[in-house]
Design a protein around this ligand. Structure first.
Ligand SMILES: *Cc1c(COP(=O)(O)O)cnc(C)c1O
Length: 396
């Protein structure tokens, strides 16, 4: 048995996405910049995909820039807003402590250049409020960047309201919507979003392709210098097969969103209910305002890595944080941001579902996690100290 419950790390490509790519891998191979007919066929496809994606995000085609994925889109959005701010002598940026590293590391780079970064405290439920953003905005603030949905704990932020605050105060608002696209409603106009990043491989599209939406009028700064592709804002021959796969995957995900979310909600609720029966366990992220695909727990007295390896032996693919952090011994910055102590943050488990999971799989996951947690606790000296009262439980 193989159960894939790591869809926040990446998803399996859908048949629809693969089928949409095939003609451009095997036939329509032209370079969209070429003037001849072979190139122009590719260019027609490119324009068509741009239109379709713009429609799904609620913007204009010329506000779409194709990038190599979510990370590049985050980099380009933040750097662009920072350079614009710099010219207006505004060098203050507001974000949160639980952003993806594509955002946090870009902000660190700007900090070294002399930008001032305010990272808003995240509440224990994994939420920030529009009021926090409002209070943090200063006359020299050039950008607010807050993620739509968190990739580790699944909490969904009040994006429209945060956008409204930024709009009123005249500050550019960017959101990393990589975990939201195809899973939650997006309309950049209605939600007061100036810039937004998405990535195809998080909604059953191909890897290595994403989109930066940026409202017309915001000047973009190149991350990749080169030819005149993407209105001169992103050099490099366009990856037409991937772009076509992304457009098809996003359309499919949006079309099936309500149906998928209904199914996911039932599976997620059952999973939370089942795992809550484990003693000294706590759910991370808000119970209500969360992705219906995300379940994230901390188990006291457990080491996350061992948990993952034993679950893998049972055929379950899960994660203990972001894929980028695993392999290092640092606990997840997201769990630290919501106030989990180091030793608790180490014992985390993220299960991120897709509509392809089944009720039987959910029951098997619950049974397996219970077994593995019991086993690991039975051989853990820390657990021994906890139940003998030599150490106090953190999770009651
Ligand atoms: C996966 C992810 C990214 C990075 O996207 P890539 O396409 O893999 O570069 C950025 N932000 C969030 C929230 C993500 O989940």
């Amino acid at each position: 048995m193989q159960i894939y419950a790591d869809n926040a790390a990446t998803t399996k490509m859908s048949r629809t996405a693969i089928d949409a790519m095939l003609p451009y891998l095997d036939g329509i191979y032209g370079n969209p910049s070429s003037l001849h007919s072979v190139g122009q066929k590719a260019n027609e496809a490119l324009c068509d995909a741009r239109e379709r994606i713009a429609k799904l995000l609620g913007c204009e085609a010329r506000e779409i820039t194709f990038t190599s994925g979510g990370s590049e889109a985050d980099n380009q959005a933040i750097i662009s807003a920072a350079r614009l701010g710099e010219r207006q002598e505004k060098k203050h940026i507001i974000s949160t402590a639980f952003e993806h590293h594509a955002v946090l590391h870009t902000l660190n780079r700007l900090k070294k250049e002399g930008f001032e970064i305010t990272l808003l405290d995240v509440h224990e439920n994994g939420m920030v409020t529009p009021e926090q953003v409002d209070e943090a905005i200063r006359p020299d603030t050039c950008l607010v960047t807050v993620m739509y949905a968190n990739n580790e704990i699944g909490s969904v932020q009040p994006i429209k309201e945060i956008g409204e605050v930024c709009k009123k105060q005249g500050v550019i608002f960017h959101t990393d919507a990589v975990q939201a696209a195809g899973h939650l409603h997006i309309n950049v106009r209605e939600q007061n979003i100036d810039m937004l990043s998405i990535s195809a491989h998080k909604f059953h599209g191909p890897k290595g392709i994403g989109v930066l939406y940026s409202r017309k009028g915001i000047p973009l700064v190149n991350i990749i210098d080169g030819g005149a592709q993407e209105r001169g804002k992103r050099g490099g021959t366009e990856n037409i097969p991937a772009i076509m796969g992304m457009a098809a995957a996003l359309e499919e995900a949006c079309r099936n969103m309500d149906k998928n979310n209904e199914k996911l909600t039932l599976m997620k609720d059952r999973l939370i209910e089942g795992l809550s029966e484990i003693p000294h366990a706590v759910l991370n992220g808000d119970r209500k305002s969360r992705l219906c695909s995300n379940v994230n727990f901390c188990f006291e007295g457990i080491e996350g890595e061992s948990l993952l390896l034993l679950l893998d032996d049972k055929g379950i693919c899960a994660s203990s944080g972001s894929a980028c952090t695993s392999g290092s011994l640092d606990p997840s910055h997201v769990l630290l941001a919501i106030g989990r102590p180091h030793e608790i943050a180490h014992g985390s488990l993220r299960l991120s579902l897709s509509e392809e999971n089944t009720d039987e799989e959910i029951e098997y996951i619950i049974k397996s996690v219970k077994e593995v947690v019991s086993y690991l606790r039975s051989i853990s000296p820390i657990w021994g100290d906890l139940i003998n009262g030599r150490k106090e439980f953190v999770i009651k």
